[in-house]
Design a protein around this ligand. Structure first.
Ligand SMILES: Cc1cc2nc3c(=O)[nH]c(=O)nc-3n(C[C@H](O)[C@H](O)[C@H](O)COP(=O)(O)OP(=O)(O)OC[C@H]3O[C@@H](n4cnc5c(N)ncnc54)[C@H](O)[C@@H]3O)c2cc1C
Length: 505
């Protein structure tokens, strides 16, 4: 049975070309069940009206929307792909999520989970239509428990709210994606989000002690809990963290908190060249320092920032390095002096000191302007969060310059130097022009091949989603790819969870 078309097809924006909304929301949902597994007999296909009506009976009309404006909002994230869902479910509880998934599983209906929609790779774009399940209303911090060093949260809580709540009791939730004022903790878990402080403190995975996950068939799994150590069975938390909504839907998380460091301080230095700033990164580690953040910026980005913020903000020089440290106040003060002397010795031509919280925040505020400065250029920013071994930072930027010359596309590099996770942004003029787009895609292809050859990774924190799908197999290899697919088949035999993403051909 076909679902009758109800509205004009979705518009595909720039980026990969997606097919228009398929009036039959199952058609593209070919299960990836191998021939050896006998699929359950297929149910009769429901019409759109039947789906709408049955969902309404299951969870209530006030949790379902087919409003055109809402559908449009839920068609995209911060990448370039767009595809309308057929309807949106605003789940309010684990029971809602469970009921919707059990129903979708029985009836083979695609379900794409959406946190805040601030992803950078098209991860929550419902490319096969069907249901978008929003966690926006599951936005409660269920408790902050300093005595156990944990926070228990629902998936729709915005990340900075967790940090703010932890700070109120003198504790800290360290993962700090730059989007933390907008993105949800569920999205962070599903993408294993990182940020500047992950150099010292680790990524989201390092802070997940327990998860409640609704599986594709609607069953509710609880794994881990308030324990800081627990080696019982396989690491299922690791399996679901970073699974990009393809293995289950996170409905609750127990997060590890740490005592908030009593003080922090920063140095922001200008270097004549990127290579001297990159050498400084190595020298800082070799001198025994483990900064909480170590961020590097190239000349293209600095030029854009000077244009936006004023020439005086960053004195002359082709590279910028931020070094942040934290700890007990006396230790922080002493280390700041040591680092200041070291940076001068390493060739810094200008160093700004930020000895306290307020001055650190001022420097971070400037750092957050870099993205906006690049946006001001009017060029389309293809933001690739590639990772290279730290020793290859200079090689990466030298390669980026060569790629810029060959392709004619300016490339801006900045990011988490300490992790080798440098955001390499191809700044494309007229990206909507098919000829330009083909050239940009070819340049991306060259970049990713180089990264893999250099022993790097195609994504350090944003995830694969749609954006990196073409390179996944090459990045992880045939054996790992086959294992990924077999895990997916086991947990989601009908392929209803986030279909069309990186495991579907
Ligand atoms: C300006 C900007 C700066 C950014 N900076 C960083 C950064 O520093 N570090 C970083 O890591 N990322 C960064 N990002 C990317 C993005 O913010 C992260 O990927 C974030 O984790 C996405 O969260 P979200 O709630 O917006 O998720 P969404 O975009 O809604 O979804 C992302 C993925 O998670 C899945 N998902 C969401 N919720 C759940 C759930 N409850 N259960 C299962 N799956 C779920 C979705 O299906 C999708 O696959 C940045 C993005 C922007 C726009």
């Amino acid at each position: 049975m076909k679902i009758p078309p109800r509205r004009r097809p979705s518009k595909t924006e720039i980026g990969i070309r997606l097919k228009p909304t398929n009036p039959d929301i199952w058609k593209e949902l070919e299960p990836i069940t191998p021939a050896s597994v006998t699929p359950e007999s297929s149910p009769a296909r429901l019409s759109f009206e039947e789906i709408h009506q049955q969902l309404t009976t299951l969870i209530g009309a006030e949790k379902i929307s087919t409003d055109a404006a809402a559908l449009a909002v839920h068609a995209t994230d911060k990448w370039s792909a767009s595809h309308l869902p057929d309807l949106i479910v605003f789940a309010e509880s684990t029971a809602d999520v469970s009921a919707v998934l059990a129903f979708a599983h029985r009836n083979r209906i695609p379900v794409t989970t959406r946190g805040a929609g601030f992803g950078y790779v098209g991860g929550c774009v419902p490319v096969n239509g069907g249901i978008v399940l929003s966690t926006a209303r599951m936005n409660q911090i269920l408790g902050i428990f300093p005595e156990d060093g944990v926070a228990i949260v629902q998936p729709g809580v915005i990340t900075h709210q967790i940090q703010d709540a932890a700070h109120q009791v003198g504790w800290e939730y360290p993962p700090d994606p730059a989007s933390l004022k907008d993105c949800s903790i569920g999205g962070n878990i599903a993408t294993n989000a990182g940020g500047p402080r992950c150099l010292k403190y680790g990524v989201t995975r390092n802070y997940i002690l327990g998860l409640e996950v609704v599986l594709a068939n609607g069953k509710v799994l609880r794994t881990g809990g308030r324990l800081h150590k627990n080696k019982t069975g396989f690491d299922l938390i690791g399996l679901f963290t970073g699974s990009e909504g393809m293995l289950g839907i996170v409905t609750e998380a127990t997060l590890r908190l740490i005592p908030k460091p009593a003080s922090r301080a920063m140095l922001a230095a200008i270097f004549p060249e990127f290579s001297t700033a990159a050498a400084a990164v190595q020298a800082i580690f070799n001198a025994g320092h483990l900064p909480s953040a170590l961020e590097i910026t190239d000349s293209f980005t600095l030029a854009a920032a000077r244009k936006r913020l004023g020439e005086h903000v960053f004195p002359a020089g082709n590279a910028h390095l931020i070094v942040e440290i934290d700890g007990r106040p006396a230790a922080t003060r002493a280390e700041l002096e040591e680092l200041h002397a070291l940076l001068l010795q390493l060739g810094a031509t200008f160093i700004e000191r930020a000895p306290d919280e307020a001055s650190c925040e001022r420097i971070w505020k400037l750092r957050r302007e870099f993205s906006f400065s690049l946006r001001d250029t009017g060029l389309t920013k293809l933001n690739e969060d590639i990772v290279v071994p730290r020793s290859k930072l200079v090689e990466l930027v030298t390669f980026a310059r060569r790629l810029q010359e060959k392709s004619g596309i300016p490339i801006a590099c900045f990011g988490h130097a300490g992790d080798g996770n440098i955001h390499t942004n191809l700044m494309v003029k007229n990206y909507e022009d098919p000829v330009v787009r083909t050239r940009a895609d070819a340049a991306l292809n060259v970049l990713f091949h180089w990264v893999l050859q250099a022993g790097g990774a195609i994504t350090g924190e944003h995830g694969v989603g749609l954006a990196k799908k073409p390179w996944l197999k090459q990045a992880i290899g045939d054996v790992s790819y086959a294992l990924h697919r077999s895990l997916k088949r086991t947990l989601d035999p009908h392929g209803i969870l986030n279909p069309g993403k990186f495991l579907d051909s």
